[in-house]
Design a protein around this ligand. Structure first.
Ligand code: VGL
Length: 206
């Protein structure tokens, strides 16, 4: 059984929200995510859902990526993906949230800023239930795309492989990264972990 996972395909990570965390081309991935979902029996959505007063919030982009001392919040970021704002909404062309088979909201607590969708905490103790849900459905193969390749897509894919034991495929056609260097190292790290990183959906052959 195959599941397709749309990781954080939200306007906050697109040029639609320049004051948040715009990823070049992030608003264009909807059709590619739909195409990969056509090959799957289940479609899962994950969403960042952050409070405006989270401990990691800084007021300008130049203060971002500063290390923090919290166990489950590693770096500073500008405010993003606040429920009720435009940035929280999914990118164009995707189905309604209620048309997915399962949805994970993450990063709701002010001092938790996870990247992966399988655990609420960076320490990976508190499951979101994603791995358990996929197993209950008999899923063996996951096809992953979304935003951003170098952070949430990478960490979600690694968790699905290492903690869930799934056959994991990351579809770059349906993903965009924040920066080129971190995207390249993310792809290498995923490949080292045994994840299939593919440029185009046609290369998917599970
Ligand atoms: C993400 C940076 C900060 C992501 C989330 O979804 O990749 N990146 N928060």
């Amino acid at each position: 059984m195959i599941a397709s996972i749309d990781v954080d395909p939200q306007k906050t990570f697109t040029p639609i929200c320049p004051g948040e965390l715009p990823v070049s081309g992030g608003d264009k991935i909807g059709p590619a995510l739909n195409a990969q979902a056509d090959l799957a029996s289940f479609r899962v959505l994950t969403k960042d859902a952050h409070p405006a007063n989270a401990v990691w919030v800084v007021d300008s982009h130049d203060k971002m990526l500063a290390p923090l001392g919290y166990p489950n919040t590693d770096l500073t970021w500008v405010s993003h993906a606040v429920p009720g704002t435009e940035g929280f909404e999914t990118v164009p062309d995707l189905p309604a949230v209620t048309d997915y088979d399962h949805v994970i909201w993450k990063g709701v607590e002010p001092d938790l800023h996870p990247y992966g969708a399988c655990f609420h905490d960076i320490q990976e103790k508190l499951s979101t239930g994603l791995i358990e849900w996929l197993k209950a459905k008999g899923v063996k193969t996951v096809l992953v795309g979304g935003l951003a390749t170098d952070y949430c897509v990478k960490t979600t894919a690694l968790q699905l492989k290492q903690q869930g034991g799934f056959d994991v495929w990351v579809n770059l056609e349906a993903s965009r990264g924040i920066a080129e260097d971190t995207t390249l190292s993310a792809c290498a790290e995923m490949q080292d972990a045994g994840i299939h990183v593919i440029e185009k959906l046609e290369q998917f052959n599970a």
